[in-house]
Design a protein around this ligand. Structure first.
Ligand SMILES: C[S@@+](CC[C@H](N)C(=O)[O-])C[C@H]1O[C@@H](n2cnc3c(N)ncnc32)[C@H](O)[C@@H]1O
Length: 267
C-alpha cells in the first residue's frame, strides 16, 4: 500500500490542531476498543452516532470510478468499503496512531489505497482532484471550518460533492460539560458558536446561517441538511443511554451535503 511516511508538518499546524493531534494519538487505542464494533456494523458504511447505513440514506450515491477523499478517516473502515465498491480513495488523518489502525484495517481487508498524514485544514493535494470529499464525524467536526471548507472546495472538481456528519448546534448549546452529557437547558450563546473546548479534543461548530454563508463563499451550494433522530431501538456506544431520549426529541446530529458549482457554460 502506498502510504505517506512523513508526519503532518508541525510548523504549519495551529496550537489547537497540534493539541487535537496529541489527543487523538493518546486516545486512539481507547476509541477503537470502545467504538470499533459500532463502526464495523453492517458493511461499515454507516453514518453518525447510530451508524445509519449508507444504503438507506444514499448520501454519497454511486462511487464506482469516483475519486474520493475521506477527511479524518480514523481506522479507515469507510475508505476500505468504498475502495471495494470501485472508488479511488485517499484516506487522510492527523493522527499517526489512527493511521496505524487504518493500515491494519486495510491489510486485514486486503485492500490498498493511499493513507495520508495531514490536517484537513491544509490538504497537500492538487486542486480539483476529487469527485467526493466526505467524513463521518471526522475532521469536519474537529478542525476549523474556516480552513476545512475552503480546502474541501479547492480539492473538489466542479460539480463535486462535500458530505459530512457532525453534531448539531443545538447539541453544542445544551451539552453540560460538568455532567458530561446533553441536557435540556441552553448553556451557551448560539451566535458565539465556533471553537468548542470542553475537554479532550477541541471541536468546531457554527450557527446554521454561518455554515451556509461559508459554503456559498467557497462556491458550494447546500443540497441537503439531514437531521437524524435517534432511531427506534437504536444502539450506540457514542451516547449514554440517558441521552438517547433527548436524541429522539431534538436533533443531535446532522449530515450536510453541499455541491461545488459546475463550471459555467460559455455562450
Ligand atoms: C471520531 S474520529 C472518526 C473517524 C472515522 N469516521 C472512524 O470511523 O474511525 C475523528 C477523526 O478525525 C481525525 N482528525 C481530527 N482533526 C483532524 C484534522 N485537523 N485533520 C485530519 N484529521 C483530523 C482524528 O485523528 C480522528 O481519527
Amino acid at each position: 500500500m502506498r502510504s505517506a511516511k512523513r508526519e503532518p508538518r508541525g510548523v504549519d499546524l495551529s496550537s489547537t490542531t497540534r493539541r487535537n493531534q496529541r489527543e487523538w494519538d493518546r486516545t486512539a487505542g481507547w476509541f477503537e476498543a470502545r467504538h470499533g464494533a459500532t463502526l464495523s456494523r453492517g458493511n461499515a458504511m454507516g453514518w453518525g452516532l447510530f451508524h445509519v447505513p449508507e444504503r438507506r440514506l444514499h448520501i454519497l450515491g454511486d462511487v464506482r470510478d469516483r475519486d474520493v477523499l475521506e477527511l479524518g478517516c480514523g481506522a479507515a473502515r469507510w475508505s476500505v468499503a468504498l475502495t471495494r465498491r470501485g472508488a479511488r480513495v485517499v484516506g487522510l488523518d492527523l493522527s499517526s496512531r489512527r493511521l496505524e489502525q487504518a493500515r491494519k484495517e486495510s491489510r486485514h481487508a486486503r485492500v490498498e489505497f493511499p493513507l495520508l498524514a495531514a490536517s484537513a485544514e491544509s490538504v497537500p493535494l492538487r486542486d480539483a482532484s476529487f469527485d467526493i470529499v466526505f467524513c463521518d464525524f471526522g475532521a469536519m467536526t474537529f478542525a476549523d471550518p474556516y480552513h476545512t471548507v475552503p480546502e474541501a472546495a479547492r480539492v473538489l472538481r466542479p460539480g463535486g460533492l462535500l458530505a459530512f456528519s457532525t453534531w448539531t448546534p443545538l447539541h453544542e448549546l445544551c451539552f453540560d460539560r460538568g455532567r458530561d452529557r446533553v441536557g435540556r437547558r441552553l448553556l451557551r450563546p448560539y451566535f458565539a458558536l465556533h471553537r468548542i473546548d470542553f475537554s479532550g479534543a477541541v471541536e468546531f461548530q457554527l450557527p446554521y446561517g454561518e455554515w451556509i454563508r461559508l459554503f456559498r463563499e467557497n462556491g458550494l451550494g447546500v443540497e441537503t441538511l439531514m437531521e437524524l433522530p435517534a432511531p427506534p431501538r437504536g444502539r450506540t456506544t457514542f451516547l449514554y443511554p440517558a441521552e438517547i431520549p433527548w436524541a429522539r426529541r431534538w436533533p443531535i446530529e446532522v449530515i450536510w451535503r453541499a455541491r461545488k458549482e459546475p463550471v459555467p457554460v460559455a455562450r
